[in-house]
Design a protein around this ligand. Structure first.
Ligand code: MSP
Length: 676
């Protein structure tokens, strides 16, 4: 690790309240900052608000407010979101602050001294929502802005220009030498072909409105909002006297919509202001959008987002809690790609992975401590092969997650961590501690319970960048202090055995409570999830989580069953029901169908694997199913789920108090074998 880490988000326009799309980038940045703090790196995380420009002046006028009063009140909404989402920036910058205005004027003067700023006439097609000029060719049919799908305006005024054209060659040479400066690679290609297409000089001042930073020496001009805004990344670290330590930024997170500003204009401004190549930002990361029904979630277009749940970040944080919202955003979206926003999907994922996998693991182990070990973490005995396999799984999860956070690929980092929690549950099942307790094998019981608790400790650490308050709550039950980074101290769980024997545990209420159907309906109603979406895609009915003390010592729960079925003969069974061994080859989520997974299942048939649509998404993450053996009802007629989804079979599963569980086989069985 570098020992220092500077991460930035874009600064947000304050023309409307924060929504889940803008919260997304800040959550990713916060998780990266927390990860680096855990690793002992000196970390600086910057976010803030972008407060100048015509868009804001117009919005303030509409509200009958002065621009300053308007941006003050709106910026407060973004700042207010920080504690609600457990966001921990080291500075929150506002472009109307004096510290920023003075510095931007300084950078303007530097660019002018370089001969890169000249006075000219500005004429063209302008989208106020983007604050960007477009050519006819770039517009959608009907002359609409390609991002906002709204009409652009024709503008003409005197303006200062920046000699962007002068920087094309240097930028191309720079990206050739340092391709990692724009990521992912596909975005670098977009940037390079944009530059190769030729760079036009850029208009960087306006005279048609006044809400901006005055141009030094010519105050009838105000600066173009992007010239002003991009320099925020320097203002904050300079103002805190930390530029020497933190400049240049390690990762600048930006939505793909504003990549061009950050990967073309921004380095060109810096070059002009006298920055050498090695003082340019190390990586600009162009991530995807949160979308609903394929459309970007945004303040100017709520789009199809209404029925899938509100997109208002404050309402979401209030109703769902910070940890759940953060976890979903980091885990669901493959970082870099677009990701579907949906409250029912969030509830389903949190239940399957946090409640039923992580929370469950702790709740299953704690009762053994009270009953057999005086509430103290027991000392493990000599490890068996099974124990060693779990230890190895933990070490590889920690390594995999660290690599993924470093990339950054938060979705993969969390997958490694959840995989470890799953391995912990499997170990618990296979070690059957309730049997050890019954037979009085306390020594082996101690080893098993120690291993489970150490897995929970490691999971709590590795989840902390995503779910800080829930991680600390898990740790509190293990008798451990809340986490905080210390410069120079690497707290990552690289090695097995950090949990000290003799630690007093402190069992409490379940860390990830399980909502019953009524509570869930209330959440959906509070968040504008349409009844249709909630009914169709609501995860399987939830049951209240039993109190931990009663739960774990029992063998599996008694089945929750439907009415008895009239008897049939064996011949009937064999003649009518064709059950086969299946092996899952691939599994994926289905956009807008939160309860369903699309599987391809090998039944040993020459035609290849079958597509089976299964209502198990709330209980199983798709990745966890690949290569699993399942029991398939193979002779049902195809079932049409709409939208081109047809299922050619059904998986057998039982609904237990712990959720849905798939029928499987104890030993390997060849796909297609008849089950009888
Ligand atoms: N003010 C400029 C940025 C200046 S940075 C020097 C701006 N602001 S914005 O509020 O319109 O959007 C800022 C960022 O919010 C986007 O680039 C992106 O990071 C994030 N997002 C806004 N909507 C989003 C989604 N629907 N999904 C993911 N991120 C989104 O542009």
């Amino acid at each position: 690790m570098s020992g220092r880490f500077y991460v930035t988000t874009p600064i947000y326009y304050v023309n409307a309240s924060p929504h889940v799309g803008t919260a997304y980038t800040t959550v990713v940045a916060d998780a990266l900052a927390r990860y680096h703090r855990l690793r002992g790196d000196e970390t600086f995380f910057l976010t803030g608000t972008d407060e100048h420009g015509l868009k804001l002046q117009t919005e303030a006028e509409k509200q009958g407010m002065t621009p300053q009063a308007f941006v003050d009140s709106m910026s407060e909404r973004f700042r207010g979101l920080l504690p609600k989402l457990l966001l921990t920036p080291d500075d929150f910058i506002r472009t109307t602050q004096a510290r920023h205005e003075a510095r931007v004027q300084h950078w303007w003067a530097r660019c002018r001294e370089s001969g890169d700023i000249y006075l000219g006439a500005w004429e063209g097609l302008y989208c106020v929502a983007c604050e960007e000029m477009y050519t006819e060719k770039e517009l959608l049919p009907g002359g609409l802005c390609p991002v906002h799908e709204r009409p652009v305006g024709r503008v003409q005024e005197e303006s200062y220009f920046f000699r962007m054209s002068r920087y094309a060659d240097r930028l191309l040479a720079y990206y050739q030498r340092r391709p990692e400066a724009v990521r992912p690679e596909t975005r670098l290609n977009e940037v390079v072909s944009f530059i190769e297409g030729g760079l036009r000089d850029l208009s960087i001042s306006r005279t048609s409105f006044t809400w901006g930073i005055p141009v030094p020496g010519d105050p009838k001009h105000v600066m173009y909002v992007w010239f002003d805004a991009l320099f925020n990344y320097l203002t904050a670290v300079e103002d805190q006297g930390r530029a020497g330590r933190f400049w240049p930024p390690d990762v600048q997170l930006v939505g793909k919509d504003i990549l061009r500003f950050h990967a073309v204009y921004w380095p060109a401004f810096l070059m002009s202001a006298g920055f050498e190549d090695d003082a340019l930002p190390r990586t600009v990361w162009g991530h995807g959008w949160l979308v609903t029904g394929g459309k970007k979630v945004s303040k100017t277009r709520a789009g199809g987002g209404v029925s899938r749940g509100t997109t208002d970040a404050v309402r979401l944080a209030d109703a769902l809690g910070a940890d759940a919202l953060r976890y979903f955003l980091l885990r669901e979206v493959s970082f870099g790609q677009d990701g579907e926003w949906s409250v029912p999907a969030l509830v389903g994922r949190v239940r399957a992975e946090l409640t039923e996998t992580v929370g469950n693991l702790l709740n299953r182990a704690l009762p053994f401590l009270a009953k057999h070990f005086d509430g103290l973490v027991p000392a493990p005995g000599e490890p068996t092969d099974v124990d060693r396999a779990l230890e190895a799984a933990a070490e590889s999860a920690a390594r995999g997650a660290a690599e993924a956070w470093g990339e950054p690929a938060p979705h993969r980092a969390l997958e490694h961590t959840i995989e470890l929690a799953r391995a912990g549950n499997k170990y618990f099942d296979e070690s059957a501690p309730w049997k050890l307790a019954k037979s009085g094998d306390v020594a082996r019981l101690a080893t098993v319970i120690y291993h489970v608790l150490e897995v929970v400790r490691q999971v709590s650490l590795a989840l902390w960048p995503a779910t800080p308050s829930k991680s600390d709550a898990l740790r509190a039950q293990l008798g451990l202090e809340p986490l905080a980074g210390h410069v120079g101290a690497d707290l990552w769980p690289h090695t097995w055995g950090g949990l000290a024997s003799g630690t007093k545990v402190a069992p409490g209420a379940p860390v990830f409570p399980r909502y019953d159907a009524q509570q869930e309906a209330q959440i959906f109603a509070a968040l504008d999830v349409s009844a249709d979406d909630a009914a169709e895609e609501k995860p399987a009915p939830a049951k209240a989580e039993p109190p931990p003390a009663k739960k774990a010592e029992k063998a599996p729960e008694k089945p929750v069953n439907d009415a008895p079925v009239p008897p049939i003969t064996y011949d009937d069974l064999m003649a009518k029901v064709d059950l086969r061994v299946g092996r899952v080859k691939t599994a994926e989520r289905i956009p807008r169908k939160d309860r369903l997974l699309k599987l391809s299942v090998d039944l040993g048939e020459p035609a290849g694997p079958r597509t089976i649509i299964a209502g198990i998404a709330t209980a199983y993450a798709p990745e966890a199913l690949v290569e699993r053996q399942v029991v398939v009802v193979a002779n049902l007629p195809p079932r049409d789920f709409g939208g081109g989804l047809v299922s050619h079979g059904m998986l057998l599963a039982a609904s237990t108090a712990d959720g849905l569980t798939l029928a499987t086989f104890e030993k390997d069985a060849a796909p297609g074998t008849r089950v009888k």
